[in-house]
Design a protein around this ligand. Sequence first.
Ligand SMILES: Nc1ncnc2c1ncn2[C@@H]1O[C@H](COP(=O)(O)OP(=O)(O)O)[C@@H](O)[C@H]1O
Ligand SMILES: O=P(O)(O)OC[C@H](O)CO
Length: 508
Amino acid sequence: MTDAHTTGPFIAAIDQGTTSSRCIVFDKDGRIVSVDQKEHEQIFPKPGWVEHNATEIWENVQEVVAGAIVKAGITAADVKAIGITNQRETTLLWDKNTGEPVHNALVWQDTRTDALCKELGRNVGQDRFRRETGLPLASYFAGPKVRWLLDNVEGLRERAERGDILFGTMDSWVIWNLTGGTDGGVHVTDVTNASRTLLMNLHEMRWDERILQSMEIPAAVLPEIRSSAEVYGNAKGGVLDGVPVASALGDQQAALFGQTCFSEGEAKSTYGTGTFMLMNTGETPVNSYNGLLTTVGYRIGDQKPAYALEGSIAVTGSLVQWMRDQMGLIKSAAEIETLASSVEDNGGAYFVPAFSGLFAPYWRSDARGVIAGLTRYVTKAHIARAVLEATAWQTREITDAMTKDSGVELTALKVDGGMTSNNLLMQTLADFLDAPVVRPMVAETTCLGAAYAAGLAVGFWPDTDALRANWRRAAEWTPRMDADTRDREYKSWLKAVERTMGWIEDEE
Ligand SMILES: Nc1ncnc2c1ncn2[C@@H]1O[C@H](COP(=O)(O)OP(=O)(O)O)[C@@H](O)[C@H]1O
Ligand SMILES: O=P(O)(O)OC[C@H](O)CO
């Protein structure tokens, strides 16, 4: 599938995402040469619980890597490096002697550790976690999930303490398997993924011993924390045998990198299963007083890290999936735009999809979803509109918090991800933010970011300036809504948000 304009060598990026795994081959201009992708099963054992089968995921990863290489018509010899990016926080423990997971992976959306987080908050204190890790104590993050597994899988704690068990987010699982698994696989994670565990000291980039003690997690299970762009090892076996594995970044940080947000104040927002806005805040971590997370943006080799402020929204694209799969109101995700465009407005309806509680800026795990403002007038088209507006209003709440925390006014928002193919949503976003929304030519910024980092690590690209030169605007939406309408609608949205809170009582 390579054309006359794309001659090698290439970089291959693997994106192990929440709903699918994909592999994309890029050329030196950052153009896509080939793509292969495969979905995996979403397992919902109980309300609020979400799991993935990590063995299925690893099989899919191997399949899409082979698929992308075949489609590109190339071999391992043409690939200079492999970059890894992944759904963050999703937590796996596996046996290092057999390579078998000890349990399904607990997915970032899973809320089973709510009670544990409350208990830790009472015993250890919320502030300590915020101060050391940059994160609020919430079921979203990996550390409490590790503790839950150690407490609930029979005999696991003893095996972990004996040194037989490895913990990893999906970057670690993919890298360990890629580099040989039980036959010498390297057990590493990068600073961006480690910064999502509630276990890493954000300032010193090392596992925090006191937090490990209070969470009762043995250090023996932990991967080594490395930078986001360096060679961790070479692939062993498979179609990319011998190729250096040279980057790892959580998917949202990878998108920040792929959008070339290398300067302080530059931000992007990625619209996939959830939505995540990150702003590069430079070499020092910025504390949030408005419900954002402080996280690592990236670290290239032994250079100073770039930190970021993040606004995380749990449910955006997954609400569209829910309309399709659970409600049967649309047949495809794209159909939501046609349905929503058949009416002028939301008909008075507001949909707050607090399915996993509310993330930024509220961090309320006791919240659950509501549709507010219903009257007999409301049709499924109005609900479809409210679904799209929910994504745009949630972004507005995040940009407001970013402005307060960073002092930087939003002048334009760089966007990417699957939902950005929805024109109505992008226009609504520009309207609600009262700022232009800009989409780059390569909307696959997550894979692109991982490819860029891997390429920098092996000298395929010389520096970040070379990467910036690849960024090209594909589309722009400018605000058209009058201020009065925007303010009135925003007030109604905030009223609907209030109605979600406190739905789950402590004993539930
Ligand atoms: N045209 C569309 N309008 C609204 N949502 C869409 C559209 N196309 C895809 N989506 C949503 O985008 C998400 C897929 O985007 P993607 O970036 O691939 O997500 P992820 O990386 O989280 O798996 C799905 O949740 C899907 O419902
Ligand atoms: O796989 P995605 O794109 O839904 O991203 C998930 C995030 O990394 C969760 O923090």
